[in-house]
Write a protein that binds this ligand. Structure first.
Ligand code: ZN
Length: 184
């Protein structure tokens, strides 16, 4: 396994629509190693999700994994490692929830983003099986954030109020103490 180098904001690969994965490719050793390397990289950098364009591969593949002990977020939800390939999203509840998001490709910043609160995602998993998942709460936020990476978007594109963008240290010092538990 290997920790892969991250692409940061400004790298044009983060702004491209990623290519769909050929399902026949999923069970190949090379693709399975890519998944393993992305998992190791996500854990190494302390993320709750990682998308292939973030490590320089323009393919529709992302991973999500988090537990209640995340160093970055206070969480009650848990999500075991999940691999999403060629995902398609459907909004089930247009009402939004807001969260101060961060991103491995935009290091050192947190920004307030509102997103639909309930979604359904159809995708292929790491065993090349079709799956659907209904996500709410924090998982809905993380999934929409990671899926955005596959379509050339970053969370900063979705910040409505530019005053709600902060360096992480200032966020911890000035903003987090003012928030209710659900919003950080
Ligand atoms: Zn991100």
């Amino acid at each position: 396994m290997a920790v892969l180098e991250l692409c940061r904001m400004g790298n044009p690969i983060l702004r491209k629509v990623a290519q769909k994965v050929d399902v026949a490719e999923i069970q190949t050793p090379a693709f399975q190693k890519l998944i393993e390397d992305m998992k190791e990289s996500m854990e190494h950098y302390g993320g709750v999700g990682i998308a292939a364009p973030q490590i320089g591969i323009s393919k529709q593949l992302c991973l999500i994994e988090f537990d209640g002990d995340s160093s970055r977020y206070e969480l009650e939800q848990e999500q075991p490692l999940s691999v999403f390939i060629n995902p398609e999203i459907e909004v089930l509840d247009e009402s939004t929830q807001g969260f101060w998001e961060g991103c491995l490709s935009v290091p050192g910043l947190r920004g307030y983003v509102e997103r639909p609160s309930k979604i359904k995602v159809s995708y292929i998993d790491e065993k090349a099986q079709p799956q659907t998942l209904i996500a709410e709460d924090f998982m809905a936020i993380v999934l929409q954030h990671e899926l955005d990476h596959l379509f050339g978007k970053l969370y900063i594109d979705r910040i409505k109020d530019p005053q709600k963008l902060s360096f992480s240290e200032e966020f911890d010092e000035f903003i987090m103490p003012t928030l209710s538990e659900e919003n950080y």
